[in-house]
Design a protein around this ligand. Structure first.
Ligand code: HEM
Ligand code: HEM
Length: 184
């Protein structure tokens, strides 16, 4: 007999729509790469190498700003096809986690943009942004520290979130991970 949970094809209403799925994985990949670049930037000697690495971080960061903006607009505009959610406590906990993840994304991205502005860094195809208040050392340090703190919180929350998704998949053996899977 065919198992109801593992082997049946998930009906379309039981999956997220493709746009949400692709934007979710683009968000996840960009966040992880951006965090790794941010953590390793000091390994590069000051000069061309570090500037280039920072420019890459900023270019991917601007890309993530666009991806998250589209994801949020898609969600707010009703484009997202949400699978039947768990109506109990687990469903409420998951919804709270998504709100926290979105809040931390918006905060990290805003602080990243402000960091770029305060430092007067380069944006690919745009050029150097005039620094906001270059002589204000306190502001530079505070914005940089808050950006890093916010980035670390995203990684902690995303780690818990990914662990929950893997727990569903491998231990509870339900469809939670598969409904976010890009494979149709
Ligand atoms: C930095 C990385 C990540 C971020 C920022 C992130 C963020 C999010 C957000 C905001 C949602 C809610 C989507 C919505 O309904 O609007 C979501 C859903 C989901 N994510 Fe992630 N995610 C990340 C990584 C991962 C990873 C690594 C996995 C799997 C191992 C994963 C699996 C899922 C699944 C399965 C759902 C749908 C859960 C459900 O149907 O209730 N995510 N994610
Ligand atoms: C979720 C997305 C992002 C993550 C996870 C992230 C992560 C990080 C981390 C961990 C650092 C190192 C902080 C430190 O220890 O001092 C950093 C630095 C930085 N980030 Fe981001 N970032 C993100 C988005 C952005 C965006 C959108 C921008 C601007 C467009 C940006 C601009 C910068 C700049 C200018 C630095 C300073 C680099 C340096 O010290 O040379 N970040 N980021």
């Amino acid at each position: 007999m065919i198992s109801a949970t593992r082997t049946t094809t998930i009906s379309l209403t039981q999956r997220y729509d493709r746009t949400t799925i692709y934007l979710h994985w683009a968000t996840a990949a960009l966040v992880i790469v951006l965090w790794i670049i941010g953590q390793t930037i000091d390994f590069f000697p000051r000069g061309v190498a570090r500037d280039g690495y920072r420019t890459l971080h900023i270019a991917l960061g601007v890309m993530l700003v666009a991806v998250v903006f589209i994801l949020l607009m898609w969600r707010i505009g009703g484009g997202r096809k949400l699978p039947n959610a768990d109506a109990g406590l687990l469903g409420k906990a998951a919804a709270l986690m998504y709100r926290l993840l979105y809040a931390m994304l918006v905060s990290t991205l805003s602080l990243g943009l402000f960091n770029l502005w305060q430092r007067g860094d380069m944006i690919v195809f745009v050029g150097r942004v005039p620094a906001f208040d270059p002589d204000n050392k306190w502001l530079s340090e505070t914005v940089g520290d808050l950006h890093a703190l916010s980035a670390n919180w995203i990684m902690i929350l995303a780690g818990l979130h990914a662990a929950a998704a893997l727990f569903h998949h491998y231990i509870l053996r339900d469809d939670v991970l598969r409904r976010m899977s890009p494979r149709g």
